[in-house]
Ligand binder design. Structure first.
Ligand code: G6P
Length: 482
């Protein structure tokens, strides 16, 4: 009489990221949980909401006191989420400090100007990663799979591995992994690599990021690597690229939603005799917002025939506004937009429509659908999903994407007009190329890009990573039994 336990069926997946995929807000002492439209939230929705699976992370607000924390914990549990609460000091040292004043700038190649190496922030980063590890370990059981996300949690794979040596851990970095010469600047570089190597499968958006990581690991630590496998204490760790996609069907369907259609009609009427450039970014120096504005200004300078005939509709979403570099950038963007509009505007036309606030997805969808040209010109970006959202919203198959070669997406969307965002003159030329591109050429390129975005969508990305996790686990088991 045997009791058969199917380990695979009993096991669960634990997703961990710094931020939970919801927005928690407090109103009159009551907490509200609103779903998020973010790419990762959509992609992993089917994973964490099924069976015993769960997503663990920071709710994004400070919740002080046991009563309030219990209330938030309960509300989140209803949607398979578990909070890791952070105090104001932890938010300042781990999130604003180490994650966003050290790792973010270095990983985006902004070394000397922005990185601020404070020992106290490093200590806080270690402490918060341990806090996340305790939360994971409290619920992880043998056979479970843990999928950890992004640069805020680089130490977490190693910390979990130390207590649960046999558990299956995947790690995905959503931002670029810099070349070794950049990465080596970080005082605690070896500890960070050791932390990441606690995973069994390490994923990046691009092949270059994966090879930069392998190069850093083998130069800093006494580990061997063969092709894309790094061996750590006899444990093979697989390093690979998994370019992230979007829910292309959702963006296609949105353009047919009656509410969106009426927004589309309104925008068409508003922009009747204008060609529309669109850009949508979080406020971040890595997004190249100022350089894009300079190029747009140069275009107006060199092509006065466009005065009154083109518009840059620029949405900047507030982000990390307690970090000093972000506050400074905000002032510079405000000033630059002011300068351009003051120089060129006429009584009934201004060249830059600048919005500093988030917009609902319906409005974004309508804008994507109406804009003739989308400018995605970051100085450095892990992937950039806006570029893919634009393509997925172009159900009419026209439109031009101007895309920075420094965005991971440029490795896939090779039919965009590719630009170097530091070269202002060539960016202005790319804008001119986009304005004068024939409809046939637009369609030829757009169809090819739409195929890429639809084939390598978010479902494909999640499936590929999860399947690879299982394969790596099997490979390790068969090596152990040899
Ligand atoms: C990037 C990072 C994410 C982060 C997001 C928003 O996409 O890769 O980890 O969540 O920016 O930034 P925030 O600091 O507001 O979480």
């Amino acid at each position: 009489f045997y009791l058969y336990i199917d380990e695979e069926a009993m096991s669960k997946t634990i997703i961990v990221s710094n931020r939970l995929p919801v927005k928690v807000t407090e109103e009159d002492g009551q907490y509200k949980v609103a779903t998020s439209e973010g790419g990762l939230a959509t992609g992993l929705g089917s994973v964490y909401q099924s069976g015993d699976n769960v997503w663990l992370g920071w709710p994004g607000v400070e919740v002080a006191g046991d009563d309030k924390q219990n209330e938030v914990t309960q509300k989140l549990a209803e949607v398979s989420l578990r909070p890791v609460f952070l105090t104001a000091d932890e938010i300042s040292g781990y999130y604003e400090g180490f994650s966003n004043e050290i790792l973010w700038p270095i990983f985006h190649y902004y070394a000397s100007t922005y990185a601020n190496y404070k020992l106290a922030d490093w200590e806080c980063y270690q402490h918060v990663n341990r806090k996340f590890a305790d939360a994971v370990i409290a619920i992880a059981e043998p056979g479970d799979t843990i999928w950890i996300h992004d640069y805020q949690l680089l130490l977490l794979p190693g910390l979990v591995r130390a207590t649960r040596p046999d558990i299956s851990i995947g790690f995905f970095l959503h931002i670029p992994f810099p070349s070794f010469e950049m990465f080596r600047l970080i005082p605690w570089r070896s500890e960070l690599i050791e932390g990441i190597l606690g995973a069994d499968l390490i994923g990046f958006h691009t092949f270059d990021d994966a090879s930069h990581f392998i190069s850093a690991a083998t130069r800093l630590l006494p580990v061997n690597s063969s092709s894309n496998i790094i061996t750590v204490d006899d444990r093979p760790v697989v390093v690979e690229s998994f370019p992230m996609g979007i829910d292309d069907e959702k963006y296609g369907a949105l353009t047919r939603d009656p509410e969106v259609v009426s927004e589309i009609n309104y925008l068409r009427e508003t922009f009747k005799d204008k060609r529309v450039f669109l850009s949508i970014d979080r406020l971040d120096y890595s997004k190249g917002i100022l350089q894009r504005l300079q190029a747009f200004e140069l275009l107006l300078d060199t092509h006065p025939e466009y005065i009154g005939r083109i518009v840059l509709h620029m949405i900047v979403v507030p982000s990390r506004d307690t970090v000093p570099q972000y506050m400074e950038l905000k002032q510079n963007v405000d000033r630059k937009v002011g300068d351009i509009n003051a120089r060129y505007r006429t009584l009934d036309w201004s060249p830059v429509h600048y919005f500093y606030r988030p917009f609902p997805i319906n409005t974004l969808s309508a804008l994507y659908h109406v804009a003739d040209i989308c400018l995605v010109t970051p100085m450095r970006d892990g992937m950039n999903l806006v570029s893919k959202e634009y393509i997925a919203s172009r159900t009419q198959e026209t439109g031009v994407l101007v895309l920075s070669e420094m965005a991971g997406a440029s490795k896939e969307l090779i039919d965009a007009v590719i630009v170097n965002p530091s070269n202002i003159a060539s960016m202005a030329e790319a804008m001119q190329t986009a304005l004068t591109m024939s409809l046939n050429e637009q369609k030829r390129r757009m169809r090819l890009m739409r195929q890429v975005v639809s084939k390598f969508n978010i479902k494909h990305w999640v499936k590929l990573f999860m399947e690879r996790m299982r394969e790596v686990k099997q490979m390790q088991q068969s090596m152990r039994s040899r």
